[in-house]
Design a protein around this ligand. Structure first.
Ligand code: PEP
Length: 254
């Protein structure tokens, strides 16, 4: 069933005090999310206990991690396993964000392992894909994204792939204030769903989110598209009013 999601990615931002105030501000907004809608906060790992404690018991509101290690445990100083997040109430994990791919050299092969690790413990990967500017300028974004999906997700089983949330994030749109036209994003989402269906015998994805300079002014036009099932939001998620408004726009969809 289609699942509509507004997900905040705070990245490596905010002091503890600021995180606390932002969560309070967001909690002051009433959402009436239906069972096929969710609002997710991917906060820095160190603020997860704070966010879990504040959001505990709020229906359809979840805390997410921004990354995890591919192994279940071991001598990996500084790393956090998916099961550790699950043990503190976090069952959504962003994987393969373009900043992780670029600054931490995360490859599709590594992301295949991380995706498997997250699914193995019963949590939900929010798998990011998307092309850099030179690929968009060359007009080869579809085959670029298709290769990312094939390399990282095609080893999964049909039972696993249905649990994956995909976030399509053209890298040139992240933090730039530029967004592709909604109908163009819609057609890439269609392609993503087709690629998955072609591999997994017509299994449909519940959610393909768009990420890249989403804000309260452009969210409605994006969410009106049939294949855009929500958004992964960076900068605008650090502003309580902005993100609450984006969540409200999602909430008002029928
Ligand atoms: C992101 O980094 O996932 C993102 C979508 O950022 P922004 O909304 O700032 O473009």
């Amino acid at each position: 069933m289609r699942k509509q999601i507004a997900a905040a990615n705070w990245k490596m931002n905010l002091s503890h005090h600021e995180a606390d105030s932002l969560l309070d501000q967001l909690l002051a907004t009433e959402h009436h999310l239906s069972s096929n809608q969710a609002v997710i906060f991917a906060v820095p790992a160190i603020y997860i206990p704070l966010a879990v404690q504040k959001l505990n018991g709020k229906p359809n509101i979840f805390v997410a991690a921004q990354n995890c290690h591919q192994k279940a445990n071991g001598a990996y100083t500084g790393e956090i396993a998916a099961s550790m997040y699950a043990s503190v109430g976090v069952h959504h994990i962003i994987l393969g964000h373009s900043e992780r791919r670029e600054f931490f050299a995360e490859s599709d092969t590594l992301l295949a392992e991380k995706t498997e690790a997250v699914l193995t413990i019963g949590s939900t990967p929010i798998f990011c894909c998307g092309e850099p500017l030179e690929i968009r300028e060359a007009g080869t974004q579809n085959s670029f994204v298709e290769a990312q999906l094939k390399n990282a997700l095609f080893q999964l089983s049909a039972d696993q792939i249905v649990k994956v949330v995909i976030a399509y994030e053209p890298i040139w749109a992240i933090g730039s204030g530029q967004t592709p036209e909604p109908h163009k994003i819609n057609s890439i989402h269609e392609m993503i769903k087709d690629v998955v269906q072609s591999r997994f015998s017509n299994i449909g994805l519940d959610s393909v989110l768009y990420g890249g300079s989403v804000n309260s002014s452009n969210a409605a036009a994006l969410f009106e598209e049939d294949e855009i099932d929500g958004a992964l939001v960076g900068v605008a998620s650090l502003d309580g009013k902005e993100f609450a408004e984006i969540a409200n726009i999602l909430n008002d969809l029928t």
